[in-house]
Design a protein around this ligand. Sequence first.
Ligand SMILES: NC(=O)c1ccc[n+]([C@@H]2O[C@H](COP(=O)([O-])OP(=O)(O)OC[C@H]3O[C@@H](n4cnc5c(N)ncnc54)[C@H](O)[C@@H]3O)[C@@H](O)[C@H]2O)c1
Length: 417
Amino acid sequence: MSTTPKQVCLIGGGMISRIQVLPSLYQMQRLGMIGDITVCARRKSTLAPLIDDADLKASFPDHSFIPSPGPDDSDDSHPDLYKKVLDELPEQSVVYIAIPDQNHYQVICDTLDRNHHIVCVKPLVLTHEQALDVQKRACERGLFVGVEYHKRYDDRNWIARKKYRNGDFGEFKLGQARLHEKWWYRNSNFQNWCTTDQTDFFVYIGCHYVDLVAFITGLKPVSVSVHGIEDKFPNGNVGYLYTDARVVWDNGAVLNVQNGIAYPNQAIGGNDQGMKLYTKDDATGIGGFIEHVDYFRGATYCAIADGKDPGDTAHHIVNPDYFQMIERSDGPGLRPVGYGYRAVEQLVNTAARVANAGDLAARKVLIKEIDQAELHATPENSFFNELVVEAGRLSILNHAKTVNITYGDNPRVAFAE
Ligand SMILES: NC(=O)c1ccc[n+]([C@@H]2O[C@H](COP(=O)([O-])OP(=O)(O)OC[C@H]3O[C@@H](n4cnc5c(N)ncnc54)[C@H](O)[C@@H]3O)[C@@H](O)[C@H]2O)c1
């Protein structure tokens, strides 16, 4: 059984790769947890900003990745290049998928077919049928698939889960969650893929809070209605840039989730997010609540000038808990801290643990344990997320019509009568 650090291939060289995934992988490489890192994008020009990123170079002076397309390749689009990269990786490597929502399914299948383990940014896929297929392929081959719902790695959510499951609050009744990204997202690559026909802001980012409410309470979503407001991106493409969702849970509780690219550039947070869940204890007749202010964690700074990126205001809120680069005490450069890093580290290490567990039977046993522990979101233990995403898409494309989710032997979504 080999315990050589696993090679990791990151597919996708966009925003989330730059700000969270690649620096986390470099840190893992620094700590000897993983071996070589390949980053694969469709175009060479996508990778140039990652290769040249001055902050990454300063933080990780001795680290680099193998780019694909490489220096000798043309800058044409190479949409199938990832398949060649996957073919060349030693079997049982770890593949991190960070590409637009609607492309996950195909790339996941191609990765599993080549016997690699997967960590995928959320949402895993866009329909329950796709999720089932992913689960089946992974199970047959004893491959780990983990979905990076990084709020699961934020300690406050573990605290809430422990207290909720201990009965400290009674039962969830009515709640609100919101996550609004900053206005400059309208100018980013989002305008090329976050269009009404493909995905929307509830699917893209609202899924975090749906997963979280299930993670904390253990409840299952049973009906979804999503109203979307169309707005134009600067390139003329139209997206549902504001969404308002109602998610009903199997105990009758209701969660309202609002999402959008609504948070102004001139506002001081990196985004606007949080949730409040009202509860009731039937035995005592007393109510309670869980409130998480997720965008303001008590730290604001006022610099002498605005930062270099759009939306980086001089007076700004800092989230010390998600992802920050701080000084090391054991060498040059910086190290990442926060739940954004912990999510990558724990998921990649789990994938490597499965890869090193031995034969197919041994890997299957370990995957079952991981599914049952419910720390990491997997296709087996978080399939309700894809049912919500599928129901949400059906609803938003049909004027917010309510879509019900049924579980049992054949989980599915259907318009409410
Ligand atoms: N808070 C979060 O959890 C969070 C935040 C941002 C993004 N995400 C998720 O991450 C994913 C990517 O988002 P992003 O913000 O990085 O988007 P982005 O548009 O900045 O980057 C997407 C990248 O995918 C690459 N890509 C697409 N098809 C490819 C292919 N066939 N082969 C190789 N590369 C390919 C593109 O070249 C691009 O570099 C989405 O699924 C999104 O939902 C999650």
